[in-house]
Design a protein around this ligand. Structure first.
Ligand code: HEM
Length: 508
């Protein structure tokens, strides 16, 4: 264990280098001299994540999450988090997700329709809609499409239908240049300059700057616009659902998350009720975390697939052999495709969109470690002593890419590795086996089944209809260190990922 100071951007690359050099337990003097434990020790990580009563999110992270994701489950702690999670859990079980899969398949077909329209547009035509999305004809048959935009739109439509039974129709609306809407408000918030980003970071650390008089910058205006748009939508959704419940239009067995939330709002019992403000917070949280993470997981998966035509072929062959290329697979059918499962797991391992997590202890504690380590005084230790005010940073990406676990090709996209996993990978704590992508413990991702079903449906349908090829060299695509890691082209501000696509003829 050693202490030194660090620059704070690109934490995963940094953590990777630091822990490789100094071992899995490192203490760093982070911003404002906060003592921050960076560890890739699996036993320590499992302990921290499985004890949320001791380890909560630091106030600074909660502030940032509240700004971007809303005052919902992600931000809640203690009894409030447990109560909110109890209310929402049934909406994310295996059965409801099985039923949602039809929505995921239908929206994926709609996405293909939009992509086909772009592909058949005249050569070198400009964007069909708003200027932010530029598609270009490259050569006969191939069209360059910003897939980051399109997976985002599709994921938002999937979320709104599956969670709220509400059609946002983001894919269709994209044709209208005057439509402001939720999608644009979300995109705006995730596109800010380095200066605005720095201001936002500062506000997390210096609560004084959160006073209204200091919130006159562009980022604050964007965050406020998003909050206004979501609040208006949430109020409408709640009102409509209250009326539907009161008029008996909702069955007792209906378990979409909006119905569960509104029932809790109408429920008088404190142990299972929610205020209207809380429900609005959950809607915001679900909209952002429920569409942004799967959208990024999808676009990173397509990025890797565009560089691996042999993997694309193998997926198509499997779909043909097992499902006869069925256009409307059920979740059970999608789950019967082992190679598709490998591809999804590999994309989540290599590109985990929730790149890192932070925790802080509420009391002095001893964290057990897997491998004894040498502290800065040369003493061997089998635990880490930690105190309130210290911070722990857990890098999901670094763990999912540890070479001592995955081998020298840990940073390569290789779906075949899931057929014969290294024994060491069994030690990785996770809601899904051998992966930290959805975290672990009582605060692990509530939507993991939802996300996997969505990814499988979208990949199956897209690969059935299109071939993918890289539009830019691999080195030009970098990961922006944000709450969710979005792809960005080196030197640019807004997130985007152009990929060449070509419709497959004669699939039917
Ligand atoms: C590939 C897609 C996804 C990934 C990689 C992902 C990843 C994660 C991770 C790592 C956490 C834990 C964060 C922490 O403890 O600091 C988390 C929590 C959470 N996720 Fe996801 N997620 C995904 C999709 C979804 C979806 C589809 C939804 C909802 C529809 C969702 C809703 C949530 C919520 C509400 C939490 C907070 C849970 C709690 O604190 O009790 N996520 N997610």
């Amino acid at each position: 264990m050693m202490a030194f100071s660090m620059p704070s951007l690109e934490p995963d690359a940094w953590l990777h280098r630091v822990t490789e050099k100094l071992g899995p337990v490192v203490v760093i003097r982070d911003t404002f001299n906060v003592s921050t434990l960076w560890t890739t020790d699996l036993k320590a990580i499992a302990y921290v994540l499985n004890n949320p009563q001791i380890y909560s999110r630091p106030e600074v992270s909660r502030y940032w999450f509240k700004e971007f994701i809303g005052d919902g489950l992600v931000v809640a702690e203690g009894e409030t988090q447990q109560r909110q999670r109890r209310i929402m859990n049934p909406a994310f079980g295996a059965m409801p997700v099985r039923e949602m899969t039809k929505i995921f398949v239908d929206v994926s077909h709609e996405l293909c329709g939009e992509m086909r329209a772009l592909c058949s547009a005249p050569a070198n035509s400009k964007s069909m809609f708003d200027g932010a999305v530029k598609e270009q004809k490259i050569t006969e048959g191939w069209t360059e499409i910003d897939m980051a935009q399109w997976t985002s739109r599709a994921a938002l439509d999937m979320l709104s239908l599956a969670a709220f039974q509400y059609p946002l129709n983001t894919l269709q609306r994209s044709r209208s240049s005057n439509d402001y809407g939720l999608f644009h408000a979300l995109e705006e918030v995730y596109t800010f300059s380095v200066l605005n980003f720095a201001l936002l970071l500062l506000r997390g650390w210096m609560p004084l700057l959160r006073l209204r008089m200091f919130e006159r910058d562009d980022t604050s205006a964007r965050v406020k616009r998003l909050n206004d748009v979501v609040k208006k939508l949430a109020k409408r959704l709640i009102q409509e659902r209250v009326e539907m419940i009161q008029e008996g239009q909702i069955n007792a067995g209906d378990r979409d998350v909006l119905t569960l939330l509104v029932r809790a709002m109408l429920d008088g019992q404190k142990s299972r009720s929610m205020s209207e403000e809380e429900v609005i917070g959950q809607i915001m949280t679900l909209i952002v975390s429920g569409h942004e993470t799967p959208a990024q997981a999808m676009v990173w998966a397509l990025h890797s697939l565009s560089h691996a035509p042999e993997v694309q072929d193998k997926l198509r062959l499997e779909a043909k052999a097992i499902l006869h290329n069925s256009p409307n697979p059920t979740l059970d059918e999608l789950n019967s495709l082992p190679y598709l499962d490998n591809v999804v797991r590999e994309a989540l391992r290599l590109h985990s969109p929730g790149a890192w997590m932070e925790r802080t202890p509420q009391s002095v504690d001893c964290i057990p470690v897997e491998m004894p380590y040498e502290d800065r005084y040369g003493n061997m230790r089998d635990h880490i002593t930690i105190s309130p005010g210290d911070k722990i940073r857990i890098s999901v990406l670094s763990i999912n890419r540890r070479e001592d676990i995955w081998g020298p090709d840990a940073r390569e996209f290789n779906p075949d590795r899931w057929d014969k996993l290294p024994q060491e990978a069994d030690k990785i704590p996770g809601i899904i086996a051998n992966s930290m992508a959805f975290s672990t413990g009582p605060r692990g991702c509530i939507g993991f089944r939802f996300a996997i079903a969505e990814m499988k449906a979208m990949l199956y349908i897209l690969l059935r209809e299109f071939e993918f090829e890289p539009a830019v060299p691999k080195e030009k695509v970098i990961r922006r260190p944000q709450v969710v890691s979005r792809p960005i082209l080196r030197g640019e501000v807004a997130s985007r990922l152009p990929i060449r696509v070509r419709p497959i003829k004669n699939i039917y």
